[in-house]
Design a protein around this ligand. Structure first.
Ligand code: FES
Length: 577
């Protein structure tokens, strides 16, 4: 038990008249001071929402967390946050990731909270919570809702998102009927929980575990598995101990821990979105993660996890094979094993007994899916600040490619023309989508997996080089270059590309180049005009004015500390005036 004064005591045991007022507020909720006096107050940040099907089991988990908190001698106080549901939010839940991070940080800052449990699941909820909590820097532990049950369609398991994209191409090429497509709808989502592939949600919760913010082995437990409730109770017990140990997030979020996360991302063949989120999370502790660090570590890290969309299995098989601890165990020789975690032990101690129980799902270092990374960073005159390609989900024959550009000026233009039989596209073309980045929409949506034009699908061509300043869903695949920075709307050269220009992608050489002479480039830059924006006020305006580029994590400039000293969380001044 700590002898340090609790942060919450500033509210409940401070100036007499204010303390009485605050205690009476708790009393109005039915808490007698005899019950909570001297106990840590544990905030439970709950992103449950009926607008977010992926997070619907978080209410049950919150109750189990509370049981654990009370059993360990804490006072649990649950609070709602905004929730970011990938399915419904348009143009993209990413637009609101920073808003959710602000919600988390400011709720923690302004309330009598000693430690916090973050309940997440759908893609952006995990990084948003960790960004806000990293700025608040209290003892923090995260718990996800878990992947949803795998459905079956005509005897085949169907993975969320990924199989939908695959079957949609079959519908467009005439291989699948409308009746079959409708039948698929009833089979693809069997219950609440996150997408059951290694998409962005499972990538981010795996990385939370690899960073040491989640209890070991928990992230991949299925949403409706009773062991998840037990894990929630253990999470509640552990956060009370963490408050007594003063085990703050700043002790866990270190440069070494982020290197571990980058290596884990590469071994997972995980979502490209994680690159943006890890940079943003690290940035909140003034830790710099240049894209070159991702490329460097990815090249030294084997790709191990045979899960969709980069492999064939789904999250239930990943969990049965040992989940994240088994992956970390395989990577042991490459990891910083001393990194502290929420267990109070190092990551090395946490995984001492872990191993892969199925080496076809979680491969060994001696027999990996690929010897080097699942991601690569390319640069060149088209992307001086970098762009990302998920090599594990791309076509090997397109990794070195030179072709003529077909340019879509924005998403609406792409939708209107991509399947037009008159589009002059062939297997060698390079499809370009622009004005789809952080400032350009705004919100950096997942539009980067431009559909393969129908006329190519009908010829049996299922992949083609596509480049954009947009993102793609973690459930997507193909030879798709993403996150081009600077984006077109910020004056990047992407905005000057014209139909017929020659573009070269060379993943081996890490190159993305527009073959134009300098004089032509200068002239086009002089002629370039940004698209007009409709967003003149409100949150989208704030976003456009302050969002950083993809290679900087797309956080708001004013949310990142300018120096180590600026990382400190401003303490509350308790009082009404
Ligand atoms: Fe929520 Fe995939 S849509 S996790």
């Amino acid at each position: 038990m700590t002898t340090r004064p609790l942060r919450s005591s500033e509210w409940f045991a401070g100036r007499d008249e204010l303390a009485l007022q605050n205690r009476s507020a708790l009393r109005s909720m039915g808490f007698d001071a005899d019950f909570y006096a001297g106990k840590p107050v544990i905030g439970i940040a709950n992103s449950w929402s009926e607008l977010n099907n992926c997070n619907l089991n978080l209410r049950d988990l919150a109750e189990a967390v509370k049981r654990g908190v009370i059993a360990a001698g804490g006072l649990p106080l649950e609070f709602p946050t905004i929730s970011l549901g990938e399915e419904f939010m348009k143009p993209s839940a990413m637009l609101y990731r920073n808003l959710m991070a602000m919600d988390i940080e400011e709720t923690i800052r302004s309330n009598p909270i000693d430690g916090v449990v973050l309940l997440c699941n759908c893609d952006k909820t995990t990084p948003a919570q960790l960004m806000g909590a990293a700025s608040a820097d209290l003892p923090t532990i995260q718990l996800n809702g878990g992947p949803r049950t795998v459905g079956n369609w005509r005897g085949q398991p169907v993975g969320s998102g990924t199989d939908m994209w695959k079957y949609w191409d079959d519908v467009r090429s005439g291989k699948m009927s409308r009746e079959e497509w409708n039948e698929l709808e009833r089979c693809i989502s069997c219950g609440v929980g996150a997408c059951n592939v290694m998409g962005t949600a499972s990538t981010m919760t795996s990385l939370s575990e690899a960073l040491g913010v989640m209890l070991p082995g928990v992230s991949s437990l299925k949403a409706n598995d009773a062991r998840r409730l037990a894990a929630a109770e253990a999470t509640g017990r552990r956060i009370v101990e963490m408050v007594h140990e003063d085990l703050r997030l700043s002790k866990i979020f270190t440069p070494a821990a982020f290197d571990n996360a980058i290596r884990t991302l590469s071994a997972l063949g995980g979502s490209t979105n994680a690159v943006v989120h890890l940079i943003a999370m690290a940035g909140r502790r003034n830790i710099k993660l240049p894209l070159s660090r991702f490329d460097e570590l990815a090249q030294q890290t084997p790709f191990l996890v045979n899960c969709s969309p980069s492999g064939k299995y789904l999250m239930d098989a990943f969990h049965a094979a040992g989940g994240v601890p088994a992956v970390l165990s395989e990577l042991k020789s490459l990891l910083n094993l001393d990194c502290l975690t929420v267990t109070g032990q190092s990551i090395g101690e946490n995984i001492a007994a872990a191993r892969s129980h199925d080496t076809d799902v979680i491969k060994t270092v001696a027999d990996p899916m690929a010897a080097d990374g699942a991601l690569a960073v390319v640069t060149g005159n088209l992307a001086p600040s970098g762009a990302v390609i998920k090599t594990s989900a791309a076509s090997p024959h397109l990794m070195q490619h030179r072709g003529r550009a077909i340019v879509f000026n924005d998403y609406a233009d792409m939708l209107a023309r991509v399947n037009d039989p008159a589009l002059p596209v062939d297997a060698d073309s390079v499809l370009v989508l622009r004005n789809a980045g952080p400032k350009g929409v705004p919100g950096f949506p997942e539009w980067g997996m431009i559909p393969v034009p129908q006329k190519l699908l009908e010829q049996g061509i299922t992949d083609i080089v596509r480049i954009s300043d947009s993102r793609m869903s973690g459930t997507s695949y193909g030879t798709v270059v993403l996150h081009i920075a600077p984006e077109a709307a910020a004056g990047g050269l992407l905005g000057c590309v014209r139909d017929g220009d020659e573009i070269e992608l060379d993943v081996e050489e890490r190159r993305l180049h527009l073959h134009l002479d300098d004089a032509e480039i200068q002239q086009r830059r002089a002629e370039w005009q940004p698209l007009p924006t409709k967003h003149l006020r409100g949150y989208p305006r704030l976003y456009i004015d302050h969002v950083l580029q993809a290679n900087e994590g797309c956080d708001f400039d004013f949310l990142r500390p300018e120096s180590d000293s600026a990382v400190e969380f401003v303490p509350p001044t308790v009082g009404r005036s």
